[in-house]
Design a binder for this molecule. Sequence first.
Ligand SMILES: C=CC1=C(C)c2cc3[nH]c(cc4nc(cc5[nH]c(cc1n2)c(C)c5CCC(=O)O)C(CCC(=O)O)=C4C)c(C)c3C=C
Ligand SMILES: [Fe+2]
Ligand SMILES: [Fe+2]
Length: 339
Amino acid sequence: MSRFSGQVSNSKQKPRTGVLVTNLGSPGEPTPGALRRYLAEFLSDPRVVEIPRLVWLIILHGIILRVRPAKSAKLYQSIWTEQGAPLVVITQKQKDKIAARLTEQYGDDVLVDFAMRYGKPSIASALQKFQQAGVDNIIVLPLYPQYAGPTTGSTFDAVTAEVKRWRWVPSLHFLSSYHDNPGYIDALANTVREHIAAHGKPDKLVLSYHGMPKAFQEWGDPYYDFCDKTTQLLVAELGLGQDDYLMTFQSRFGKAEWLQPYTDVTLESLPEKGDKHIAIMSPAFSADCLETLEELESENREIFMEAGGEKYHYIAALNDRDDHIEMLTGLVNPLITKR
Ligand SMILES: C=CC1=C(C)c2cc3[nH]c(cc4nc(cc5[nH]c(cc1n2)c(C)c5CCC(=O)O)C(CCC(=O)O)=C4C)c(C)c3C=C
Ligand SMILES: [Fe+2]
Ligand SMILES: [Fe+2]
């Protein structure tokens, strides 16, 4: 038995492109047991937590995985849908819509699938399906607009861990970041314009990105700069002035310093400065998930209102909006092998 896997008939099949869209992943169900498995996989990833291995594994298994699963399960229960975890359900819809557009153009020369970095469906299983279908050109599109080591970098690790076992390594395109793509900025701007048309102009538009340990930035991770670039392009597109918006970072984890300013601390301080009507959005999430539906919609709303805020509106992620799907399809289209 060889250590490399392959399809004997591959070389005689019609050449095909496989497009794989990925996101972070969610637990299989909103229970403490499922959360323990999910968090164990996620938080054992050395791209996500960079504490010396042995020390971290003792903290993770000795403390975090005993306490956090029950707490997180409750949060997931509050956002769970009949179809499952919102992040997975929305990613599947995005995949279906991208597939519909590409199939119209390329027929069965293109296969489109989706996978999750943690949990199911796994990146390895989706790539194996491509291998079995005789795909000779693979395009991986992680649905994180701003590259970060813990997300996009980790997705690359999972892709290469699978493909390095293949006898025949196909052409491989990895889309690393689209934080400054004009179609992405336009789609974000459209959601803000639609929001303002329905609810009026807020005192502040808060752009709340998922956080990351500050040390990662100091060690060379471009995530902060890419978030800043997205912010600058978006506010320019909207014609906003310095006093009209704020860029903040949410979802802190652990005791170390994360990127600042923190979303919750900022929201608490706004009403006393006279900013009582805010609209908040998170350009770092291509799909609504726990961090938006629970943390932004619920937790942070409560913080703002309790501090004296009057109007708090969450602007949904781009999800499966047409302008978003159009932009994502446009990212992969030039990389498809034309025959
Ligand atoms: C522990 C460190 C973490 C880093 C670094 C981190 C970076 C990071 N994450 C996202 C996107 C998502 N994160 C989500 C959930 C989530 N993130 C962390 C921790 C880190 N993230 C945890 C522990 C969790 C799980 C939730 C919990 O138990 O509280 C999600 C949502 C998943 C879902 O199922 O809905 C997303 C999406 C980015 C973009 C990022 C960038 C630096
Ligand atoms: Fe996260
Ligand atoms: Fe969170």
